[in-house]
Design a protein around this ligand. Structure first.
Ligand SMILES: [Fe+2]
Length: 334
C-alpha cells in the first residue's frame, strides 16, 4: 500500500486538537485528580460537569468531564477550525462526501459541527470558545505537573489506513508512521495540522477507542515531580507508564490513569514540523526504539486498554500485527 498523501489545498482549515469530553462517575474524584494533583485549572463546574484547561490556555476548556454513573467513556474529541467560514466549508465538504454533519449548540463554544469520522469516532469542530485569562505567568498556581495546554489525542483504530485517508483528505500531514516490517502496511500514524509532530495519532487495534489525550508540561522535572506527588500520596498505581522517552516524536513522557481509567499523557519536547519537503519518518513495528528510545517496552495494559466512545461499537483490527510488549520482551529472555 502507498502512504496516503496529504491534501495541501485542504477543503477547510483545521488548526489544532482542541478538547476532549469524557464521562466520570464521581466529579469530586475527577476534580481531585485533574485539578488538585495534576494541576489543571477549573474554569467552570456544577453538579453535572467539570470544565478544565491548561495553565497557559486562553480558551474556556480543553478537558470536559460529565457526570455519568456508568463505565467511563469518551463522548467526543474536539478540533478547532480557524474561522466561522471554515466551519461552513467543513459542512459543505462533509455533505459533498456523504458524511452526516449537523449543527449543535455546545455551552461555552461558538457554533459547533458534529460528525463521525471514517473510523466511527465522534468529532466536533468549532472556531471559537469563550475566552478566559492565561495563567502562564501565575507561577503561584503551578503545582503537580503544571500542565500548560492540550496537545494531541491518540486513538485506537481498527483500520488505520482508512482513518489516515479521512484526515489526509482534510489536510492533515503525516510526520511519522509505523508499518509492519518490510511493508507499508500502516500500524500507526502521527498526523498534524498545528506544526508540531501530531494532533491525532491512530494505532492499530480494536477500535475506535481513545487511548490517551496529552498535555504539554513546562520542564523535565515536572514529570518527576508528578511521580513523586503520586508516590507521596500513596497512589503510585495511577502511573501507567514511564517516565521515558519516545523514539517517535521525541517526547519525554509519563502516562497516568484517572479515577475512571481514562489515560492522560504529560510530556515535553515535541519538535517543529512545518516545511512541506520534509518526509515522514518510517519505523518498523518490531523496532522497540520507536516506542521508547531507552528503557523497557510498555506493558500489554498500555498497548491494549483504552476508553470506549459513548454508544459506539468497536471492531477488530483489519491488520493482524502486535507490537512488542513488556511481557513479550521479557518472555524472549532479554
Ligand atoms: Fe501521546
Amino acid at each position: 500500500m502507498a502512504l496516503p498523501q496529504p491534501r495541501l489545498d485542504a477543503p477547510f482549515n483545521v488548526t489544532r486538537a482542541s478538547h476532549v469530553v469524557l464521562t466520570g462517575k464521581d466529579l469530586a474524584a475527577s476534580r481531585a485528580f485533574y485539578a488538585d494533583i495534576i494541576g489543571l485549572v477549573v474554569t467552570y463546574e456544577d453538579e453535572s460537569c467539570l470544565y478544565l484547561r491548561g495553565l497557559e490556555e486562553a480558551c474556556h476548556h480543553s478537558l470536559v468531564i460529565r457526570k455519568d454513573g456508568g463505565a467511563g467513556v469518551c463522548e467526543r474529541i474536539g478540533l478547532r477550525v480557524f474561522t466561522e467560514r471554515d466551519l461552513e466549508l467543513a459542512k459543505k465538504y462533509f455533505d459533498s462526501v456523504g458524511i452526516a454533519a449537523r449543527w449543535v449548540d455546545v455551552p461555552f463554544q461558538g457554533r459547533t459541527l458534529h460528525l463521525d469520522d471514517a473510523c466511527g469516532m465522534p468529532v466536533e469542530l468549532c472556531a471559537t470558545m469563550d475566552d478566559v485569562p492565561r495563567y502562564m505567568q501565575d507561577f503561584h498556581r503551578f503545582h503537580g505537573a503544571s500542565p500548560q495546554r492540550l496537545d494531541h489525542f491518540q486513538i485506537v483504530a481498527s483500520d488505520v489506513e482508512r482513518a489516515t485517508r479521512f484526515y489526509t483528505d482534510i489536510g492533515f500531514r503525516i510526520t511519522e508512521y509505523t508499518a509492519t516490517d518490510g511493508t507499508e502496511d500502516l500500524w500507526g500514524v502521527w498526523l498534524q495540522r498545528k506544526g508540531n509532530t501530531h494532533d491525532i495519532v491512530f494505532t492499530n487495534g480494536e477500535g475506535p477507542r481513545l487511548h490517551h489525550f496529552a498535555f504539554t508540561i513546562p520542564d523535565t522535572h515536572d514529570l518527576i515531580h508528578i511521580c513523586d506527588v503520586a508516590g507521596s500520596l500513596g497512589i503510585a498505581d495511577v502511573i501507567d507508564r514511564g517516565p521515558g522517552r519516545h523514539g517517535i516524536s521525541n517526547a519525554l513522557f509519563v502516562y497516568l490513569r484517572d479515577p475512571d481509567g481514562h489515560r492522560i499523557e504529560l510530556f515535553t519536547t515535541h519538535y517543529q514540523a512545518i516545511d512541506i519537503e520534509t518526509r515522514p519518518i518510517r519505523w518498523d513495528l518490531s523496532n522497540t526504539r520507536r516506542s521508547q528510545l531507552w528503557g523497557l517496552p510498555a506493558s500489554k495494559r498500555w498497548f491494549f486498554e483504552a476508553t470506549r466512545f459513548k454508544d459506539k461499537k468497536t471492531s477488530e483490527p483489519v491488520l493482524k500485527a502486535d507490537p512488542v510488549t513488556l511481557e513479550k520482551f521479557l518472555a524472549m529472555g532479554r
